[in-house]
Design a protein around this ligand. Structure first.
Ligand code: BGC
Length: 488
């Protein structure tokens, strides 16, 4: 998610209860839950899986994670997948968004690498298991678990990764495309690149400020575009599936009602969601981003802009490379102009500082996460207006709590956010066709380890069988799905 984890002492303030919407979800609207491989699967070295960048780093430096934990076992979903499917089925969900672990399919690096049959078989039986219960699989190809051997060749900084990704994607289309009709190439490129290559909040912790994020994103976008075109040409006519891209965006509200704060809010939207969606929908980076990074790079004496350029062919290839947009949304921040950043950096290039608002309800376990339901509606409307009302799935949306089954804050979050989504659909005309709550199970929450919980289902990480117990929010979401209305 876009929010950096900062430790602070905010306590939860409950937002004044707002009236829930009376609208119903449209008849084709689908409900789901989402997850990712490294956060739930465990079985790190089983059945021939290769090492990923998280395995590699957390085994060597466990202190990177808040509580010294890692995803070696996590929810043990690699073995307990049938129980997971039963939970999803009992919830009444129409679809399950999960990711495939690249190093289970290609454990060693792609040049001369062999396909791991056991990895292919695992997802084969999982996909069949979902379909046998009437649950549609929505597959994310990359949710942050890059094979370590590729990282050693430069990872997302090396342009050759575009071919590596295409080889991997082709294997997935061939193996599962007869049954999987919804593909997401990448989950949250901003977090992959800005946190993982410019910064040190995500693996591979490269710390190449002001440069890493732009290079990584450039290659990742090209990998997305080429994969989309490859599918379109080779598989789509027969398999008839859809390919999308999931980008995280907060909503950024001007801190004060001034022209400058309004411009800051728009600029940060262009530098976050626009960074990725502009190329995918319109072919190139937003002009405000190109102009600023080019000018600041020149001022800093770089011989070329730190923001790479697409060729004319790449622009044509990228433009329109989506069948749906995935929107991951959690929270809202306030924004103001600022130049108080080190250089070079994304922060300075964008020139906006985000603020939390002490009057908004704040998660007790993730203090950057605030409950601002109306921000969700504004974001959906902004995307509609920017990109000519594309088909959208909300591919993640969720709230973090501590342990416990009576998760009233999460119930409030889900009901209020879904109410705002209904208004976005019915009053603003947004073309939102599905919603996935993040996430079905408590899981390994990256640098926060197991300390913060997003699950509709509680997982006992002390128990060897990782006991799963549905929370109150599970029952509430179940009722919403069956009634197609927001009711508690
Ligand atoms: C990521 C998930 C993460 C969630 C909550 C999302 O941005 O895709 O992997 O668990 O945020 O922090």
């Amino acid at each position: 998610m876009l929010i950096k984890v900062i430790y602070c002492v905010f306590c939860l303030r409950l937002s004044a209860s707002i009236e829930l919407s009376n609208y119903s979800f449209p008849k084709d609207f689908v409900f789901g839950v989402a997850s990712s491989s490294y956060q739930i699967e465990g079985a790190t070295y089983e059945d021939g899986k290769g090492e990923n960048i998280w395995d590699y780093n957390l085994h060597r430096k466990p202190e990177i994670v808040f509580d010294g934990t890692n995803g070696d076992v996590a929810c043990d979903s690699y073995h307990k997948w049938e129980e997971d499917i039963s939970l999803i089925k009992n919830l009444g969900a129409n679809f399950y968004r999960f990711s495939i672990a690249w190093p289970r399919i290609l454990p060693s690096c792609n040049v001369g690498a062999k396909i791991n049959k056991k990895g292919i078989e695992h997802y084969d039986k999982f996909i069949n298991g979902l379909l046998s219960k009437g649950i549609t699989p929505m597959v994310t190809m990359y949710h942050w678990d890059l094979p370590q051997c590729l990282e050693e060749m430069g990872g997302w900084m090396n342009a050759s990764i575009v071919d590596d990704f295409l080889i991997y994607a082709n294997i997935l289309f061939e193996a599962y495309g007869d049954r999987v009709k919804h593909w997401i190439t990448f989950n949250e490129p901003f977090q992959v690149c800005e946190y993982g290559y410019s910064g040190t909040e995500m693996a591979p912790f490269r710390n190449l400020t002001g440069v890493g994020g732009y290079n990584c994103s450039h290659h990742l976008l090209l990998a997305h575009g080429r994969t989309y075109r490859h599918y379109e040409k080779k598989f789509k006519p027969i398999q008839k599936g859809k390919v999308g891209f999931a980008v995280n965006s907060g909503w950024f509200e001007p801190k004060e009602d001034t022209e400058e704060d309004r411009r800051s809010s728009e600029r940060v939207m262009q530098f976050s969601y626009g960074w990725y969606m502009h190329p995918v929908v319109l072919g190139n980076y937003p002009s405000v981003m190109i102009d600023r990074v080019d000018a600041i790079s020149a001022e800093e004496n770089y011989p070329v802009s730190r923001l790479p350029k697409f060729t004319k062919e790449e622009i044509d290839m990228l433009r329109g490379s989506f069948d749906f947009l995935g929107v991951n949304h959690y929270s809202t921040a306030q924004t103001k102009f600022s130049d108080n950043f080190h250089r070079p950096s994304f922060g300075y290039d964008c020139g906006v500082a985000p603020y939390t608002n002490p009057d908004w309800a704040t998660s007790t376990t993730l203090p950057g996460l605030q409950m601002v339901p109306w921000g969700f509606r504004r974001l959906m409307k902004w995307i509609k207006d920017q990109y000519n009302n594309p088909p959208m799935y909300v591919t993640e949306n969720g709230w973090a709590t501590g342990a416990g089954l009576e998760d009233n804050e999460r119930v409030r979050y889900i009901t209020q956010y879904l109410s705002e989504l209904l208004k976005a659909i019915h009053e603003d005309g947004c073309n939102v066709i599905g919603y996935a709550y993040w996430t079905i199970l408590d899981n390994f929450e990256w640098l926060s380890g197991f300390s913060t919980k997003f699950g509709l289902v509680q997982v006992d990480f002390q128990a060897s069988n990782r006991t799963r117990t549905p929370r109150k929010s599970y029952e509430v979401y179940k009722k919403i799905i069956s009634s197609r209305k927001v009711i508690v």
